[in-house]
Design a protein around this ligand. Structure first.
Ligand code: SAM
Length: 317
């Protein structure tokens, strides 16, 4: 079906331009909208992502499509808490330390609360980064944090640079996901980890119905009320439902089977569902395949909230 954003008909360049406009429009209200659209649950999903990453002090992270810094701030909090725990353990182990030594440890901690850890937030949109920098200032994050304007499809970083690459609610907005995944692979060190948090396919049919109702009926209204911007929020919903793009063209009931790539398990799922391909595990599996195609090993995913979102993980060997 044709949509406001005409996913089927626009060129890559037009799509990129539209997505840029959407995030430019919503930047100021992005965080408020995130909370209202997900009823605050995006915070829990992001916490789970960072716990899964389990970064140790010294980790170098690049958060691509990092927007207003949610993942970066959580990373910093996590590393700080690990450092604090380590300091407490050190003090407990050496109970006979002199007060000068204890003071020195605390002083070091104050000067370098993150140790050598660093996080680079990379986003294509100047407005999102601007709001992110303002938030960082307001919330008191500066140590180990930098902001870089850049496209996920052509990252402005050297090869083999980062320990971890994250992309949260970003990959569905990237025009060429295959290129973005190749870039993720390139900038990671051997042994580095790729983590992607993204909206996915809901497995419970009842929840799926409610979720549809909420997404298509409630979210654009919320967008209009909170941000005065129905269309941008309509885009956000549409982009979630048409992700990943490889399945877009045959995900509607009206498509013919000829449009489905032959010999694939997707075609089977399409047939089993009577030509209406909203199967349960397709999107998660599809993205998993794409990540493997980019060269990653041990690719796996974890569904959260019945598959409303999923975390995909993989390693560069
Ligand atoms: N990661 C943040 C979060 O979870 O709150 C922001 C997610 S927001 C839904 C999507 C972000 O992707 C926007 O900030 C947008 O500018 C960015 N984006 C879209 N296309 C991109 C691209 N090709 N390269 C880098 N960032 C991109």
């Amino acid at each position: 079906p044709q949509t406001h954003f005409g996913f089927q008909n626009v060129s890559e360049e037009e799509r990129r331009e539209k997505i840029y406009q959407v995030f430019e429009n919503v930047a100021e209200k992005y965080d408020v909208m995130n909370d209202s659209m997900t009823l605050g649950i995006h915070r829990v999903w992001k916490d789970i992502l960072v716990h899964k990453m389990n970064p140790s002090p010294g980790t170098l992270l690049v958060d691509v499509a990092g927007g207003t810094g949610d993942i970066a701030f959580r990373f910093i909090n996590y590393v700080r808490s690990v450092r604090e725990r380590q300091l407490q353990q050190k003090l407990k182990r050496h109970q006979n330390l002199s007060w000068q030594e204890i003071a020195k440890s605390y002083e070091e901690e104050k000067v370098k609360p993150l140790g050598d850890s660093q996080v680079v937030v990379c986003d294509i949109n100047k407005e999102m980064l601007k709001v992110g920098k303002q938030r960082a200032q307001h919330l008191g994050y500066s140590e180990g944090l930098s902001w870089v304007l850049g496209n996920a499809e052509e990252l402005p970083f050297d090869d083999d640079k980062f320990d971890v690459y994250t992309i949260a609610f970003g990959i569905r907005n990237v025009t060429r996901i295959d290129l973005a995944l190749q870039e993720a692979y390139r900038v990671l060190k051997p042994g580095g980890r790729f983590l992607c948090l993204e909206f996915s396919q809901v497995s419970n049919p009842l929840l799926s119905r409610l979720y549809d109702l909420y997404s298509f009926q409630v979210i654009p209204v919320l967008g209009e009320i909170i941000a005065g911007d129905w269309k941008s929020y309509q885009y956000l919903v549409e982009s979630i439902r048409r992700f990943p793009p490889q399945v877009r063209h045959f995900s509607g009931c009206t498509d013919t089977q000829d449009t489905v790539p032959p010999e694939s398990w997707r075609q089977l799922a399409y047939r089993l569902s009577g030509g209406c391909n909203y199967g349960t595990i397709i999107f998660q599996e599809e993205l998993k395949e794409m990540i493997e195609d980019a060269g990653f090993f041990k690719v796996d995913y974890q569904n959260l909230s019945s598959g409303i979102v999923a975390i995909h993980s993989g390693f560069k060997l």
